[in-house]
Design a protein around this ligand. Structure first.
Ligand SMILES: NC(=O)c1ccc[n+]([C@@H]2O[C@H](COP(=O)([O-])OP(=O)(O)OC[C@H]3O[C@@H](n4cnc5c(N)ncnc54)[C@H](O)[C@@H]3O)[C@@H](O)[C@H]2O)c1
Length: 386
């Protein structure tokens, strides 16, 4: 198949492109480099700081690399001519970034909306099928199990098949809720075919294809761009206490980079079997952990490696926007039915820690501790957003 990967230079997009190429697909890899610019603006380098131009990194694979802004409707229409499936990853993807200031909030919701609308209308015209990366954070942490797709509500002696209620915890997550609303409507109204992937935080640095090419993806470890495990592994590697937000009972569904890549590539193939007009939601997670459990597990692994890792409970920068102790259960049957055999969490945590230890001299100490709160934002990059 011909598959366009929008956001191909990102943490997920690069390994996904390699995985699709490995499965024999033709890949059009599209990016405009904005995440790296935004992260530089908040003083947060990735590890490695500069993995090199995407064209070079995909050299010899046969992929077509295109520098383009996927908010540009006309450009996206051209790019999707004769493309079977587009995977849309190209969005502002940091919840803390979306909470830094009114400008960052607006930038997040408008950029994410613009890109989704451009993709949606191009798909309507070209008949391209869409795999869209959303977030499990759309649902928040309800005190009942989160179903996969629609659920049945019984009220007034009647039943209805409905969407599960959304409860986003940041403007970033709210933008993902809007994406889902627009995509579901577009499937119904225009006959678009879409898999909306509600994914949990992805953990890790490796996939089979990255190992094979001895290549790296961009991994962030600071409080704005780094997800929790990457932050803990970097902190442990740099001899910094592992900063647990509040009591640390915040529980989420995670999956490894290799499992995320496998699942998204599989979605690109499975979508061809869906009837036109189908809107399918999947919950892309493999295992659940609380923040406190993750900190304890990373600290134990660090001690095994001779690092004196300690936990430090800090005031929660997301206070008021998330619960610190709660029930959390997620239905994730589709991935199991597709045959996902998830990597062991301990193996993924250990590998991520070893990666950060190998790069410990590159880690920037000034971004290891939390610098911003969701309530008050922060003045980092106020003038440089975008
Ligand atoms: N990483 C995770 O843990 C995670 C979890 C759930 C959902 N997601 C979603 O998956 C997607 C990819 O996440 P990621 O971690 O790889 O993020 P990322 O920021 O590393 O990758 C996104 C890529 O898209 C590019 N991009 C952004 N806006 C663009 C535009 N307008 N035009 C062209 N390119 C643009 C960026 O330069 C970047 O290379 C995002 O939509 C994110 O919300 C990620």
């Amino acid at each position: 198949m011909r598959i366009a990967v929008f956001g191909a230079d990102g943490y997920l997009g690069f390994p996904l492109s390699l995985c699709l190429l490995g499965r024999g697909h033709e890949v059009i890899a599209v990016d405009n480099g904005v995440t790296a610019r935004r992260a530089a603006c908040t003083g947060a380098p990735s590890v490695p700081a500069d993995p090199g131009p995407l064209e070079q990194r995909l050299g010899g694979t046969g992929a077509t690399v295109v520098e383009a802004d996927v908010r540009d409707q006309e450009r996206v229409r051209q790019l999707l001519q004769d493309v079977d499936v587009v995977v849309h990853l190209a969005q502002q993807r940091s919840a803390p970034y979306s909470m830094l200031s009114p400008e960052h909030a607006l930038e997040t919701v408008s950029d994410n909306l613009d890109s989704t609308m451009a993709v949606l209308f191009a798909c309507r015209e070209t008949g391209t099928r869409l795999v869209k990366l959303g977030s499990m954070g759309e649902y928040g942490t309800p005190s009942v199990p989160i179903p996969e797709g629609e659920w049945t509500l019984e009220l007034g002696g009647r039943t209805a098949r409905l969407w599960f209620p959304r409860s986003p915890g940041s403007f970033y997550h709210a933008s993902k809720v809007c994406d889902s609303v627009y995509l579901r409507f577009a499937c119904q109204c225009y006959g678009l075919t879409c898999i909306d992937v509600q994914q949990g935080p992805v953990v890790g640095v490796n996939t089979a294809e990255l190992r094979e090419r001895n290549a790296c993806t961009r991994v962030y470890y600071d409080d704005v761009w780094g997800t929790v495990v990457h932050r803990f592994c970097a902190q442990a590697s740099a001899g910094h206490p592992l900063t647990v937000y509040g009591r640390g009972g915040q529980t989420r569904g995670f999956l490894s980079l290799a499992d995320s890549t496998w699942a998204t590539a599989t979605a690109c193939e499975q979508i061809m079997d869906l009837p036109a007009g189908a809107y399918m939601e999947i919950n892309q997670i493999a295992w659940t952990r609380s923040v406190r459990q993750l900190a304890e597990e990373v600290a134990a692994l660090a001690r095994e490696r001779g690092c004196p890792a300690a936990l430090s409970h800090v005031p929660n920068p997301r206070e008021g926007c998330e619960l610190e102790e709660h029930f959390y259960e997620v239905e994730a049957a589709v991935l199991r039915n597709w045959g996902l055999v998830a990597e062991e969490p301990q193996q993924v945590l250990g590998e991520t820690l070893d990666y950060m230890l190998a790069h410990s001299r590159e880690l920037r100490a000034s971004v290891l501790a939390p610098r911003h709160t969701f309530r008050d934002g922060g003045d980092t990059c106020r003038d440089g957003h975008g």
